[in-house]
Design a protein around this ligand. Structure first.
Ligand code: DGP
Length: 115
């Protein structure tokens, strides 16, 4: 069996995290290395390595993130003025943890293009 990712260890409460949302499908917690005043990671509890491992059966999970978790966090962290939701995929995308996650960044103006 392959080793657990750090995010799976957070789900299993083997590694501490500042958890800001949890339900049966998802977990959200503050990024350990914040790039903005608000920097939260939203992850599915299901172990999916990256966006290119998603399948049609994950449609409900993705919808849940966008329509339940995200609106909750936007309200809770006062991000109605705007935010950025980023998913890095693979080496060239800058992904370092191979458990699907969405970076929710806010609390400052976001430049474009990203680095
Ligand atoms: P990415 O590069 O897209 O795979 O982002 C991984 C993010 O995960 C990165 O911004 C730092 C964050 N991170 C890594 N290890 C931990 C940890 O142990 N706790 C928390 N809260 N965040 C972590």
């Amino acid at each position: 069996m392959s080793e657990k990712t750090i995010f799976k260890k957070i789900i299993d409460r083997e590694v501490p995290a500042d958890i800001v949302f949890e339900d049966e499908i998802c977990l959200a917690f503050k990024d350990v290395n914040p790039q903005a005043p608000v920097h939260i990671l939203i992850i599915p509890k299901k172990e999916i390595a990256s966006t290119d491992k998603l399948s049609a059966e994950d449609a409900e999970l993705l919808c849940h993130i966008y329509t339940v978790v995200l609106p909750y966090l936007v309200s809770e962290f006062a991000l109605s003025g705007g935010y950025r939701l980023v998913t890095n995929c693979g080496n060239n995308g800058g992904q370092t943890v191979y458990h699907l996650h969405f970076h929710l960044l806010g609390g400052r103006f976001m430049g474009w293009p990203p680095g």
